[in-house]
Design a protein around this ligand. Structure first.
Ligand SMILES: [Ca+2]
Length: 666
């Protein structure tokens, strides 16, 4: 590759930005520049041209470190096809920091300089070349590559930020849903709209949460391990004051996004005090009902208490407000971020009869054993379970379906659970309809995931008590209307209606999590692995794909900031947030191999774990030894290799300990 040849030697801005990302852990840069707007090319500087050096002499940063240790320059070429005028580009390049910059003249020959007192980058538009020449003096003692990276970091995010076409983001998270409940992950539950996201988008097969509601939400919203936010990691609903961190909506709101949330909120402040322009949902501090107002779950609409209508059903209300907020958002001028935090299919098993009915025969005829086998077969067909990969062993204590004496009741439990997911699916369908009708769908990233694996609660057989309700208890204290809950569940007390409170139990939960081991709150994969579907027609152009690149809910912050062209702040509204841990998923959306996390680690309610590549070290309880698995061949964590590979165990255990101390995990 010769520097003298414009096209062959130039590197695109997006490639450069990706290099920056690779070299600057924790820093995210918008890299969609090659998708829309003017296309920029960074070309070798004059010195390089003179010396006819090869591009590789620019080192890893792509900048010249040969010509001079202090003077750096580059040519930014605006493609002739660009639809923005030169002055618009100049404004995009330099508008972000007007106070630090002197713009001299307004013509196309303008020279812009400034960007702080210690560096003096100069940008000159060269009409003959239809290009901006950028040069700067690096600060003495500063690595020139680094200086240039910093310089361009000033430019890139705001360039995109000022554009009119930053993507909208719709982030949908369900609660306690298993890995394979969705049709597109091998399940038998009817989820046509969610499946359509997969058909048009990308499914992740190794994406992780924190095994429980509160811990996952803490990571999701902040880009940090939950312990770094002050959350212990093992409590579903520990209050989060977020004083050590900053939230996605806060940063997007401060950078020109319209932000809205519907659903489960667990913060100390109202959501509208933490970055959301609009909010509907409960501040969830206790067990909830889908049918009624209950204690410890006050609902708000924005900053006002919300009065329950007579025909309230929670998932329907979430669907209605999501649609309303989305309709407002697509009608507005700003790009938007909509976060829908469904509580379904979390227990209690509440659903409308017409939603349950279609499932009854399905689960009466085939139980947890049969559906587990069917899911495994479907997963092999879909490529979700690679040939040779071992699924989890069948739960040791799980009763044999064929011998279960209460099949109709068992089937009813799973039918209500399935109905809850169907209800979410209908809401997703309505949201997609709004996006499509408004034309916003092309440049809207829709993400769908679950906050933890399927929940094991509910027992294997009928009961007369549970979840704090029992024949001896005062069961009328929970609902605000004072109607008592009938405690327990069984053939004579089927789940679903407003005066019941039950869950579907471990047997069904393990089928929901097929082919993974264990369930919610566990550090085995059944606790921490979630489906993640990403649909973004502008960027993910080949639908139906799968990626096995690993990611974590804390990557959502980096992803949102990357796409919005926003830098993670050192200081925000008086807070100095812990540096971001997450990494942008955008390269994966583009079909690239991203530089992933060196490791991922967990301290869950039940167990702790660390993953490095395909290797996973997991300790199911603190008084039990480490177990070692290779997830590539053993997705079900069936064959413990710890005894065979003591060195690997020791190395990974040491890394776990270093991680634990670094993030402050117990
Ligand atoms: Ca949950």
């Amino acid at each position: 590759m010769d520097h003298g040849s414009d096209d062959r030697s130039a590197i695109t801005n997006a490639r450069f930005a990706r290099r920056v990302v690779r070299q600057s852990p924790g820093v995210s840069v918008a890299t969609r520049i090659n998708q829309t707007g003017p296309r920029l090319k960074i070309e070798p500087c004059d010195s390089c041209h003179l010396r006819r050096k090869r591009l590789s002499s620019h080192g890893r940063s792509g900048f010249c470190s040969v010509a001079s240790p202090l003077r750096l320059s580059m040519l930014v070429r605006i493609q002739p096809a660009a639809r923005w005028s030169v002055s618009e580009v100049r404004n995009l390049l330099f508008a972000p920091k007007p106070e630090a910059m002197a713009l001299q003249g307004a013509s196309e020959n303008a020279i812009a300089s400034g960007f702080g007192s210690n560096k003096n980058p100069v940008a000159t538009y060269e009409p003959d070349h239809k290009a901006w020449s950028l040069s700067m003096m690096a600060k003495t003692g500063c690595r020139p590559e680094l200086a240039c990276v910093l310089f361009f970091l000033c430019l890139l995010p705001q360039r995109v930020a000022a554009g009119a076409d930053r993507p909208n983001i719709v982030l949908i998270m369900v609660d306690d849903m298993g890995w394979s409940d969705l049709g597109c992950y091998g399940g038998e539950i009817d989820t046509p709209h969610i499946d359509s996201l997969a058909r048009d988008g990308l499914r992740f097969t190794r994406f992780y949460n924190n095994a429980v509601c509160g811990a996952t939400r803490a990571s999701l919203l902040t880009g940090l391990y939950c312990q770094q936010t002050g959350h212990r990691g093992d409590r579903w609903n520990e209050p989060k004051d977020f004083s050590r961190c900053v939230l996605i909506p806060e940063l997007l709101q401060a950078n020109g996004y319209h932000t809205a949330m519907v659903g489960k909120w667990q913060g100390r402040d109202l959501a509208v005090k933490r970055g959301f322009d609009r909010f509907f949902g409960p501040n969830c501090r206790g067990k909830i009902s889908y049918w009624d107002a209950v204690v410890q779950n006050d609902f708000s609409l924005d900053d006002q208490p919300w009065a329950f209508p007579d025909d309230f059903f929670m998932t329907d209300a979430f669907n209605d407000y999501s649609v309303e907020f989305l309709q407002d958002a697509v009608a507005g001028e700003k790009p938007f971020f909509l976060y829908v935090g469904y509580i379904a299919p979390h227990w209690p098993l509440h659903a409308r009869e017409e939603t349950i009915a279609p499932y009854r025969e399905r689960y009466r005829q085939t139980g947890w054993d049969g559906w587990r086998e069917a899911r495994l077969a479907r997963q092999r067909e879909l490529g979700l379970l690679p040939a040779g990969a071992t699924p989890a062993a069948r739960g040791r204590f799980v009763p044999d379906w064929s011998k279960d004496p209460n099949k109709d009741w068992q089937a009813e439990r799973m039918s209500v659970y399935a109905a809850q997911i169907s209800n979410v699916d209908r809401g997703v369908g309505r949201l997609l309809e709004v996006l499509e009708q408004s034309g916003a769908d092309e440049n809207t990233l829709v993400l769908f995931l679950s906050d933890n694996g399927a929940a094991p609660d509910g027992g294997f057989g009928p009961s007369s008590s549970g979840f704090g309700f029992s024949p001896q208890a005062n069961n009328a204290r929970w609902r605000k209307d004072g109607v008592a809950i009938r405690p327990g569940s069984g053939p004579d007390l089927l789940p679903g209606p407003p005066d019941t409170f039950s869950a579907y139990g471990l047997a069904w939960a393990l089928t929901s999590n097929t082919p993974l081991r264990d369930a919610k709150q566990s550090a085995y994969e059944g606790g921490i692995r979630t489906p993640l579907i990403a649909r973004w027609p502008t960027v993910i152009t080949q639908g139906g794909g799968l990626t096995s690149q690993a990611g974590h809910v804390m990557d959502m912050m980096a992803t949102c900031l990357d796409l919005a062209g926003v830098e993670y702040p050192v200081e925000f509204q008086g807070r100095r947030p812990v540096p971001m841990e997450g990494r942008s998923l955008a390269p994966i959306f583009r079909g690239e191999q991203r530089q992933g996390h060196e490791l991922l680690a967990w301290k869950c309610a039940r167990g702790r774990a660390i993953q490095i590549g395909d290797w996973k070290l997991v300790r199911p309880r603190d008084n039990q030894p480490w177990e070692l698995y290779n997830l590539e061949t053993d997705i079900g964590e069936t064959h413990n290799l710890a005894v065979d590979q003591p060195d690997r165990v020791n190395r990974m255990a040491a890394k776990y300990e270093a991680w634990r101390q670094r993030v402050g995990a117990k």
